[in-house]
Every structure is written in structure tokens, then in C-alpha cells.
Design a protein around this ligand. Structure first.
Ligand code: NAD
Length: 425
């Protein structure tokens, strides 16, 4: 492993001296996360997570620090690792280590180090796991199955992780209950859409500084994240092309005013490509072969397999870093293709991830799910469970109150009308 780290009994981070810088960022995030701060106040008083040992594997950002410190304030013992080799904010990790949190995370780690960090967090023998992409749960099941017995439950933050955990549960392989935080309305319809939309464009702009207004912007996958990216790219003046495999999603893209085509055709006309599918090999050799000189390619789906970089390497005669998070591949015929953030999550690697205001709701779901598991975990079956509707409405309600928005309430007569099956028209 590389040298020059700050290493303590319960942490390994890049440089502890960056803690003050990280703390300022966490303070900034706290000032924009009113739902989390109200939950912190309430559950610090109740000590709702006292006795819980939480291992977490989720992007180490300033917003995640607010979640970690809220879990700690509620009485939990925490041990954390990052869920992506390029998404850790080293100063934030340093601030958490300086505050006594057990944390193993640094920007730019390799795969071996990634699993070493997960294993370190599991040394605490957790009672709860908190995942983004399910690598921690998979590590428990595949490499440390003896730990599953003492785990009450876990949560999963993202679409791809929830998909795989549902498949695991369907096969009878899941050993403890997991709550699908991703599928909460206050997560999926806000974080994935508005968070990914804004922060992915932010990442593209920081890595390239190109004008978006004159570009054909190809979004692969018109789901929550893809639709968010399309909305923001169109807002900056781009002409959006969506590629899809699902008819209803493709139809939505058309009715939102975008062109829909096969990637084989989009590859020829796109200027900027972003993948948001959760699927591997969305952009492969034949697509690179037909792209324009100067095409920019990036990914905002969870894993870095959406763009086949091995194919691109095979076509390239040279490669150089032209700007931070922007690599120029020169193909044998002279065309240049630019890959951002090595095909990893462009919003987290080239920018700072989602704005705090959005993560406020996602992490409120994480926090309340941890409290639910601490209370009911053993009675929930070893399956993937949804967030209760009341939790969604409660979180949206607290958020709305901070936005000075008024909300009407149904009258008793209106409720009776809603349930009236006798009167007809
Ligand atoms: N960048 C981030 O911060 C961030 C945030 C949330 C989710 N994610 C990740 O982004 C990915 C998408 O999440 P989502 O919530 O939008 O999921 P989603 O299910 O709403 O949308 C994915 C869409 O991709 C389409 N698709 C699948 N394979 C395709 C292919 N080969 N070509 C074209 N379209 C294809 C699906 O039909 C679907 O409409 C997941 O991997 C998720 O984990 C990233």
C-alpha cells in the first residue's frame, strides 16, 4: 500500500492535518441539512441507537459526515469506509477521524485497498450495516458469513445495490433484513433526479469547462438519474438524445421533448455522452469507432463498467491527462475521445456529489431506517423492505416547513368524499 497516510488505532486517512478544512465543509453542509439537524436533536436526547454498532460503506463527503455524526449523536458506535475509490473527500475523512470516528477511506485507493478498508470496518462486529452499492453486505455474506448472525439488519442507498439485493433475497441467499432506502419517494424522486442531474453537470463542467449550449448531449438510460441529467443539460441549452431499452422510459423522453435513438446511431452524432443505466457495456468498441473527434464520455451510474474502457484502450494509440479528471485518448485514425473521471461516477469524482439540500432527505431516510432496524430489525424477515409511506411524508413535511411552503389539509368532508363508493358521479 502507498505511504504517507495518517494512521491511528481506529483510522487510516490521507492527511489528518486537513481536518480543519474538512470541518468547515461539514459545518456548511449542516447549515443546509435542516431535516438531519432536527433528527439529530431529537434522537440525541432519546439515544435511539445506543448499543448499536454500525458499519457503513458510503461515499465520504461532507453530507455523509453529517449522517455519521448524527448516528453517533444518537448513541451508535460507527466504523466507516468509502464506497467508491474516487469519491472520498480526504479533508472530510480527516475531520471525522479527528472527531473520534473510526474511518478507513482515502481518495484514489485501489481495489485491494477498497476491500481492506471494508474488512477493517467489520472488525467491530457490527449489529447494523449501511451500504451504497451493497459491497459491505456482499463482503459479510461472501467473505465473513460468521458476522451475519449478530447483524440485525442493513440499509441500501442506491438503485444498483437494491436490484442486486432483491435478486439475492429471491434466491434465498440474503441472511438479514435490508431496507431499500433508494426506493423511498423522498430519495429516488429527489436525490437521483435533482441531485444527480445538477451534480453530474457540475462534474462535466469542472472537468471540461465546455459550452453545453451548442452540444448534442446523449443520456444513456432515461430513468431517474438520466432524466435529471437530461433536464439540466437541456436547461443549459443542449439538444438531448436519450437511449433506452424500456419502452415507457423511452416514451417519457420523447414526451419531454428529447430525441430517442439506439446508441449505435447516437454515437455518431453525440458531443457529450453520459451513462446512467446501472448496466455494463453501454458504450463499447463499435460506439467509440463511430464517435466524432472531440467526443466527451462519462458515467454517473454506480459502477465503472458502463463505458468499456478496455475497448477504448485497445483502439487508442496514446493517452494523456489533459485536465484533472479528463483523459484524452487519441485513436489510431487521429480522432480524440475524452473520458471523464476514469468512467467512475462523474458527479462524485469530478465534483462534490449531490448538494447538501438533497442529501438531507436521502440521509434522513437512512437515519430513520437505522432507528427502525434497531427497534424492529429482528422481527423483519431476511428480505428487502420498503420505507413506510409515513416516513416519506414525514421527511417531506419537515423539509417543506423549512422552505416556507404552505400545505393544505383535507377536510373531514373531503376525506368522506374520497372514500365514498355509493354516490357515483
Ligand atoms: N451518480 C450518483 O450520484 C447516483 C445517484 C443515484 C443513483 N445512481 C446510480 O445510477 C444508476 C441509475 O439509477 P436510476 O435511479 O436512474 O435507475 P432507474 O432504474 O430509474 O433508471 C435506469 C434506466 O436505465 C435503462 N437502461 C438499462 N440498461 C440500459 C441500456 N443498456 N441502455 C439504455 N438504457 C438502459 C433502464 O431501462 C432504466 O430506465 C444506478 O446504477 C444507480 O445506482 C447514481
Amino acid at each position: 500500500m502507498a505511504d504517507n497516510f495518517s494512521i491511528g488505532d481506529r483510522y487510516k486517512v490521507r492527511r489528518l492535518e486537513q481536518a480543519a478544512e474538512g470541518r468547515s465543509k461539514i459545518d456548511w453542509a449542516e447549515s443546509r441539512m435542516p431535516v438531519m439537524m432536527s433528527l439529530r436533536k431529537e434522537h440525541a436526547a432519546k439515544q435511539s441507537l445506543k448499543g448499536m454498532k454500525i458499519a457503513g460503506c458510503l461515499h465520504v463527503t461532507k453530507e455523509t459526515a453529517v449522517l455519521i455524526e448524527t448516528l453517533k449523536a444518537a448513541g451508535a458506535e460507527i466504523s466507516w469506509s468509502g464506497c467508491n475509490p474516487l469519491s472520498t473527500q480526504d479533508d472530510v475523512a480527516a475531520a471525522l477521524a479527528a472527531n473520534g470516528i473510526s474511518i478507513y477511506a482515502w481518495h484514489g485507493m485501489n481495489t485491494e485497498e477498497f476491500y481492506w478498508c471494508i474488512d477493517k470496518t467489520l472488525e467491530m462486529k457490527p449489529t447494523l450495516t449501511l451500504d451504497d452499492g451493497a459491497d459491505l453486505i456482499f463482503s459479510v455474506h461472501n467473505r465473513h458469513p460468521e458476522l451475519a448472525k449478530s447483524i440485525i439488519g442493513g440499509t441500501e442507498e442506491t438503485t444498483t445495490g437494491v436490484h442486486r439485493l432483491r435478486a439475492m433475497a429471491a434466491d434465498g441467499a440474503l441472511k438479514y433484513p435490508v431496507i431499500a432506502v433508494n426506493d423511498a419517494e423522498t430519495k429516488w424522486d429527489f436525490d437521483n433526479v435533482f441531485g444527480t442531474g445538477q451534480s453530474s453537470l457540475d462534474g462535466i463542467l469542472r472537468a471540461t469547462s465546455v459550452l453545453v449550449a451548442d452540444k448534442s448531449f446523449v443520456v444513456a438510460g432515461y430513468g431517474h438519474c438520466g432524466a435529471g441529467c437530461a433536464m439540466r443539460a437541456a436547461g443549459l441549452g443542449a439538444s438531448v438524445i436519450a437511449t433506452e431499452i424500456k419502452p415507457t422510459a423511452a416514451l417519457k423522453a420523447v414526451l419531454h421533448g428529447h430525441r430517442v435513438m439506439k446508441m449505435d446511431d447516437a454515437a455518431k452524432v453525440g458531443d457529450i455522452f453520459i451513462t446512467a443505466t446501472g448496466m455494463k457495456d453501454v458504450i463499447v468498441k463499435r460506439h467509440f469507432e463511430s464517435m466524432k473527434d472531440g467526443a466527451i464520455v462519462c458515467n454517473t451510474g454506480h459502477y465503472d463498467c458502463e463505458i468499456n474502457l478496455v475497448d477504448l484502450e485497445g483502439l487508442a494509440k496514446s493517452k494523456r491527462t489533459i485536465r484533472p479528471n479528463c483523459e484524452e485518448y487519441t485513436l489510431r485514425d487521429g480522432r480524440r475521445i475524452y473520458v471523464l473521471a476514469q468512467g467512475r461516477l462523474v458527479n462524485l469524482a469530478a465534483a462534490e456529489g449531490h448538494p447538501s439540500e438533497v442529501m438531507d432527505m436521502s440521509f434522513a431516510n437512512q437515519f430513520l431506517s437505522m432507528v427502525r432496524l434497531a427497534n424492529e430489525g429482528r422481527s423483519l424477515g431476511a428480505a428487502v423492505h420498503d420505507i413506510p409511506e409515513e416516513q416519506d411524508q414525514r421527511i417531506a413535511g419537515i423539509k417543506l416547513a423549512t422552505l416556507d411552503a404552505g400545505l393544505d389539509v383535507l377536510t373531514a368532508e373531503q376525506i368522506a368524499y374520497l372514500n365514498d363508493y355509493a354516490s357515483g358521479t
